[in-house]
Ligand binder design. Structure first.
Ligand code: PHE
Length: 339
């Protein structure tokens, strides 16, 4: 039986070398290893092998099965490798790619945010951050916005079941920052998303983007605010740009202003366009923060500050003459390709 097994092995392995396709390999497998195959047939003979030889014959049986199984696998791999090599023959891997094909650009909103951040960083502002799911206190109360203020209405703001809300402006980052800083001056900017329960149309989305700025120190004045914003808008819209401050009201600044820039759309007469809100931080905000901190770093008699905030989507629309804010979120390549 041992010699029979040996010659079966030799026969099988040399047969393998002659096989050249999948079907032949499968036929071989059935012929040798299948239920009625040659090797299976031989192993049935184990029954008649004398006890003292069973161990040797068993070992040989395993050896032959392994040799045939491995030989089959190796042959399969060799055939596949030959097939693969044939498939890529003639492809020149050293050919350079086609330049420019499919190269993307930054989204116009990302571009305008980067420009705003870069410009304000040159004036010493650093980046700050805060959560988009915010407490009523950070978004409203600490910003001197009382419970009966319209912005807090159910129909204007997205409330969570636990009473938190999606921040309606990035001004909440003013409070987040003032709560945690250790020393003066505070000079931060905070770009980020804001949410309002607005009807969606050509100029409104329920999720939009703002950038907030806050400067607090011993003697920050309205002149600092004006100078900073004039510089900023001339960097963004060009050196000659006229900037105007109109008295306005925000609960958390006093005095407060809306800022307009004078711009001309192509072929049209220049007109004033409202672009941002700003003002001197209301002492009530410093009082709220001082109470929560439990120290005097921001005592309303000791510090002054300015803040401003503006919509980045709006900025991008004005800068690029985009007529519908929804273009900014639709990801239509025909639109995005233009920037
Ligand atoms: N948070 C105000 C808004 O969303 C803008 C603003 C920011 C006004 C800072 C004054 C100071 O309309």
């Amino acid at each position: 039986m041992l010699t029979e097994l040996d010659s079966l092995k030799t026969e099988a392995l040399s047969a393998l070398d002659t096989l050249t396709d999948e079907a032949a390999l499968e036929a071989f497998r059935i012929d040798y290893l299948g239920k009625k195959g040659k090797l299976t047939g031989l192993s049935a003979g184990m029954r008649d092998v004398p006890v003292e030889q069973k161990k040797d014959v068993g070992a040989k049986l395993n050896e032959v099965r392994d040799a045939i199984t491995n030989g089959l696998a190796t042959r399969k791999e060799a055939l596949q490798a030959a097939k693969d090599a044939e498939a890529v023959a003639g492809i020149d891997l050293t050919l350079p790619g086609r330049p420019g094909a499919g190269t993307g650009t930054l989204h116009p909103l990302t571009q305008i945010r980067d420009l705003a951040v870069r410009t304000l960083r040159r004036m010493g502002f650093t980046l700050a951050d805060g959560p988009e799911v915010e407490t009523e206190w950070h978004c409203f109360d600490a910003l001197n916005t009382p419970a009966d203020h319209p912005a807090r209405n159910e129909s204007d703001t997205f409330y969570m079941p636990d009473g938190k809300l999606l921040r309606t402006h990035t001004s909440s980052v003013q409070i987040r920052t003032l709560e945690t800083v250790k020393a003066l001056p505070v000079r931060i900017i905070a770009p980020g998303a804001a949410y309002r329960r607005d009807e969606i149309d050509a100029t409104h989305l329920s999720v939009f983007n703002q950038i907030e700025a806050l400067f607090v120190d011993k003697d920050v004045s309205l002149a600092d605010l004006k100078g900073t914003l004039e510089f900023f808008f001339r960097e963004v819209f060009g050196p000659g740009t006229a900037v105007r401050f109109r008295p306005h009201f925000f609960p958390f600044t006093e005095p407060s202003f809306e800022i307009d820039v004078k711009l001309e759309a192509k072929g049209k007469e220049a007109r004033w366009i409202e672009i941002a809100g700003c003002g001197m931080v209301d002492p009530a905000v410093f009082a709220a923060v001082s109470k929560s901190r439990g120290d005097d770093l921001f005592h309303p008699d000791q510090v002054t500050g300015f803040a401003f905030g503006m919509g980045l989507d709006r900025l991008a629309m004005i800068l690029h003459g985009i007529s519908d804010i929804r273009h900014l979120i639709e990801n239509d390549v025909r639109f995005l390709q233009q920037f």
